[in-house]
Design a protein around this ligand. Structure first.
Ligand code: IPM
Ligand code: MG
Length: 400
């Protein structure tokens, strides 16, 4: 193909992307109020096992949640539903990020708890379909990826608000190989998309006694898109005069998370999708590893909760799946409880995760038979949640 033809083909692809994105902006603008779960007669919770260690840690998490919600389940107020078919084999078979029937089932649930899933990459053994995490986030418009990281003994209590539907992820599988030598991907930042995530972060700060918000971009270099994100922060911040805010660049932010003196001062952090992906892995590693961190993917109507790590197929191949740490999934479960209105249970479970994982450590997960199984660790967590003495001792010590 000569260059002129290649450019025309690329323009056509670019035109399609622009059209889709303009339509998406209209959908965002037309959005309704946030769902109030406390008003529902019945809350349907879908369980998506995923791949690799996913089904194992999903089961550990479901067991814990079912014990904690025993009375609600008995009353018919909460209903758990297992949704099959979000495996890489089934996705590859249908050549779809989310097979249609699975998506239909997901949409019948108010919230879902999802195990890690395999994300294909060009050149691996699977067809190069879109990541199903990304597809679910876009399909259900789960625009806020909320990731807490806490290290109480160091005074660290971070809440990350990662934008979840835009940036390099918006059309990550629709880039253009213009010629064999030239590849272009698209970074998409919209005003309403930025405004809603930044507003979610400021609102969280206001409602939770936080005093500052850090907005992370690389607006000095990526002037148009990151520049817009920062402009939106300036605009939104005006509605929250009681909250101070600062813009930081992603490179220095990445460095400063490692600075013991500086890092304590960060509270609420809001950032575009890809920076959020990377920075939250770094932060989770400080808390004890990505295996300890959960996340909430929240939109106005639906929400999906998940671990922040991958599916660790090697652990399954080596027969170690039952020793996989379910903390991330259970942390996501605690966020789910909080989101659907069981705030006290969510808080106690999340505190139990800190106590068992960072302080008491009566059972330790090592990922192999030298440590506890996920099932035993789940039981240890439940004992801790249900022991008021342990709870109040730590509440005073750690969360004072
Ligand atoms: C995450 C993961 C996903 C992402 C992958 C699996 C597509 O890394 O949830 O952070 O990049 O968002
Ligand atoms: Mg990630």
């Amino acid at each position: 193909m000569d260059d002129a033809k290649a450019i025309d083909a690329a323009k056509e692809q670019f035109g399609k992307v622009l059209k889709e994105q303009l339509q998406r902006i209209e959908r965002i603008k037309g959005q309704s109020e946030r769902m109030d779960y406390t008003k529902l007669d019945k809350i349907v919770v879908g369980m998506l096992g995923g791949d690799g260690i996913g089904p194992y840690i999903a089961e550990d998490a479901q067991r814990v949640l079912e014990v904690l919600l025993k009375d609600e389940i008995a009353k018919g107020k909460v209903d758990f539903r297992v949704i099959e078919g979000l495996t890489i084999e089934n996705r590859a078979k249908h050549l779809k990020a989310i097979p249609d029937d699975v998506l239909e089932e997901i949409k019948k649930c108010h919230v879902t708890l999802k195990g890690p899933t395999t994300t294909p990459e060009r050149g691996d053994e699977w067809p190069n379909i879109e990541s199903c995490n990304v597809a679910i986030r876009k399909e259900l418009d789960l625009y806020a990826n909320i990731r807490p990281v806490r290290i109480p003994k160091e005074g660290i209590d971070w809440m990350f608000f990662r934008e979840n539907t835009e940036d390099m992820y918006a059309v990550g599988s629709q880039g253009v190989d213009v010629t064999p030598d030239l590849a272009i991907d698209f970074k998409v930042i919209t005003s309403p998309g930025s405004r809603r995530i930044i507003d979610t972060a400021f609102k969280y700060a206001k409602e939770n006694g936080k005093t500052s918000v850090t907005v992370v971009t690389k607006a000095n270099v990526i002037k148009t898109t990151d520049g817009k994100f920062l402009d939106m922060a300036r605009e939104v911040a005006k509605n929250y005069p009681e909250i101070s805010w600062e813009g930081w660049y992603i490179d220095i932010m990445t460095a400063k998370l490692l600075d013991p003196k500086r890092r304590k001062s960060f509270q609420v952090i809001v950032l575009p999708n890809l920076y959020g992906d990377i920075l939250t892995d770094e932060a989770a590693e400080m808390q004890g590893g990505v295996g300890t961190a959960g996340s909430a993917n929240v939109g106005d109507r639906y929400a999906m909760f998940e671990a922040i790590h991958g599916s660790a197929p090697r652990m399954v191949r080596e027969g170690r799946a039952k020793y996989a740490d379910p903390s991330s999934m259970i942390r996501a479960g605690a966020m789910l409880l909080d989101h659907i209105g069981y705030k006290d249970l969510g808080h106690r479970l999340s505190m139990a995760l800190d106590i068992c994982g960072q302080y008491e450590r009566k059972l330790v997960m090592t990922g192999r038979d030298t440590g506890a199984t996920g099932k035993d660790f789940g039981e240890y967590l439940l004992e801790t949640v249900n022991d008021p003495k342990v709870q109040s001792r730590w509440e005073g010590l750690v969360y004072a």
